[in-house]
Design a protein around this ligand. Structure first.
Ligand code: HEM
Length: 237
């Protein structure tokens, strides 16, 4: 905690905190993607995986609280650094759209970050809290239970399939993961800079960051696209 307070005291320290919390969030994004891709292996695999996570409340709540702390650190350091930059140069640049030295993604980091945050709130209501009003079909996902031997478990596979069969919901997810990937790819380039990782050329680092963003986009977007193309249609009665 003392270490974090000391880092928070300088703008360089805040950049470090932003980069480190960004890495932690990246790890979550990759882990969650690998978990979700199990939807392509059929209901049993993804339902077993989800049931395993639910059966480990310590692990689940530890990860949730850690994630929340990382989001709080990332957002607060972003706001604080933006304010510091503004105060350092209160006069806007003469040509506000001048693209010198900054990419489209960097100029829109705050905006894409806010939209990603709004998407996460929607996503939590959709799949974690399972609020019927937000899935646009009005069905209660918590009723999707699968019998396993003498007990039942949540049918996450069916929830995902029904959840993405609505084209508007799928479109929203695809746009949101597109923005998330842009945000992540620019974030990764900045992180190399903030942490002084200059082993590779700037072109090499940017290429790596873009590839990682593209893989994230293709991975996440493949799920709603596959559902719209018919994946899992057998679970729809
Ligand atoms: C195709 C895309 C996605 C699918 C199919 C998907 C699927 C799911 C499912 C099924 C859950 C609920 C798990 C449960 O409670 O049983 C969940 C939770 C969650 N997802 Fe996603 N997700 C997707 C994209 C994303 C993205 C892009 C992010 C964030 C960057 C994200 C962040 C989260 C978070 C934070 C939770 C809550 C974890 C928890 O505390 O339980 N998801 N997701």
């Amino acid at each position: 905690m003392k270490f974090i307070t000391r880092l928070w005291g300088s703008s360089l320290g805040k950049k470090y905190l932003m980069a480190l919390s960004g890495i932690a969030l990246w790890f979550f994004v990759i882990g969650h993607l690998l978990g979700n891709l199990q939807v392509f292996l059929g209901p049993d695999k993804i339902n077993t995986y989800a049931a395993f996570l639910k059966s480990q409340p310590g692990l689940l709540w530890g990860a949730r609280l850690g994630l929340l702390a990382m989001v709080a650190l990332h957002v607060s350091s972003a706001i604080s650094l933006t304010n510091l930059n503004r105060n350092a140069r209160p006069q806007p640049y003469g040509h506000p759209r001048a693209p010198f030295g900054s990419s489209y993604a960097s100029r829109t980091m705050m905006m894409s970050g806010l939209i990603v945050a709004a998407f996460i709130i929607y996503h939590l209501l959709h799949y974690t809290v399972q609020t019927p009003a937000v899935n646009l079909t009005g069905v209660d996902f918590s009723e999707y239970q699968e019998a396993v031997g003498t007990t039942t478990r949540h049918d996450v596979y069916r929830m995902i399939i029904i959840g993405f069969r609505h084209p508007l919901v799928s479109l929203f997810y695809i746009v949101a993961v597109g923005l998330l990937s842009l945000h992540l790819s620019h974030g990764l380039s900045s992180m190399f800079q903030s942490l002084g990782i200059t082993r590779w050329s700037k072109t090499g680092r940017d290429c790596l960051a873009r590839t990682a963003g593209l893989i994230t986009f293709v991975g996440y977007a493949s799920i709603p696209v596959a559902v719209l193309l018919g994946l899992g249609k057998e679970v729809v009665k």
